[in-house]
Design a protein around this ligand. Structure first.
Ligand code: ADP
Ligand code: S3P
Ligand code: MG
Length: 198
């Protein structure tokens, strides 16, 4: 991604937006929340690159520690067990920031997990409308919650139930049908200009 400010950086005024956001962050994590297809995994990775801090996707970490795919976990143990595992993994990942942590869509909806996320850093809701989400998730088959007769209606129902909760995130960014680096820049600008909690 190209950045707009001039290089080389001679002083504070010449900091790039990535550097400004990084300085603001200190040891806080940036935690992406939002519905399936919002872009948490893809945008989170790019944001971490710009901030020059580690990136971790909680679903990948869950798959690594369990040696099972998310679909296999849902099929073998059910959603409640998955949520319990997800909570433990997220709690552990949030230690030792700064990191960018991209969660699965249901993580922030779980009361316990949400408490850990709120304490663990800056929560960032990638908000998207149904058409954007549907266009993205319909291309892939790995999301067990969408293996229903009418997955678009399922997505819409999840949206109605979850959006009031995602709204509790510290920052909301509209994830839309534009280039990813535009969203990444908006995320960095939002971090750089946010009023931080103590
Ligand atoms: N701003 C964007 N523009 C175009 N495609 C995007 C954008 N953000 C995400 N995507 C694509 O949408 C798909 C779903 O994104 P993903 O990061 O897996 O979402 P999530 O982790 O929130 O479910 C991926 O193929 C990703 O590359
Ligand atoms: O919304 C959800 O409850 C889920 C979202 C998925 O992650 P993404 O949001 O990254 O697709 C994954 O954690 C699992 O399939 C459950
Ligand atoms: Mg994801």
């Amino acid at each position: 991604m190209s950045e707009t400010s001039t290089t080389p950086h001679s002083g504070l005024g010449d900091k790039t937006i990535g550097e400004k956001a990084r300085a603001k962050l200190g040891r806080r994590n940036v935690i992406f929340v939002g519905l399936m297809g919002a872009g948490k995994s893809a945008i989170g990775r790019l944001v971490a690159q710009q901030l020059k801090i580690p990136f971790v996707d909680t679903d990948s970490e869950i798959e690594r520690v369990s040696r099972m795919t998310i679909s296999e976990l849902f099929a073998s143990y059910g959603e409640d067990e998955f949520r319990a595992l997800e909570m433990r993994v997220i709690k552990r990942l949030l230690r030792g920031g700064p990191k960018v942590v991209s969660t699965g869509g249901g993580a922030f909806v779980n009361d316990n997990t949400r408490r850990h996320i709120k304490r663990g850093g800056i929560s960032m809701w990638l908000k998207a409308d149904i058409e954007v989400l549907w266009e993205r998730v319909s291309k892939r088959e790995h999301r067990p919650l969408l293996k229903t007769e009418n997955p678009k209606a399922t997505l819409l129902a999840l949206m109605e139930r979850r959006y009031p909760i995602y709204q509790e995130a510290d920052i909301t960014i509209e994830s839309r049908d534009v280039r990813k680096d535009i969203i990444v820049k908006e995320v960095l600008e939002a971090i750089a200009s946010t009023e931080l909690k103590a």
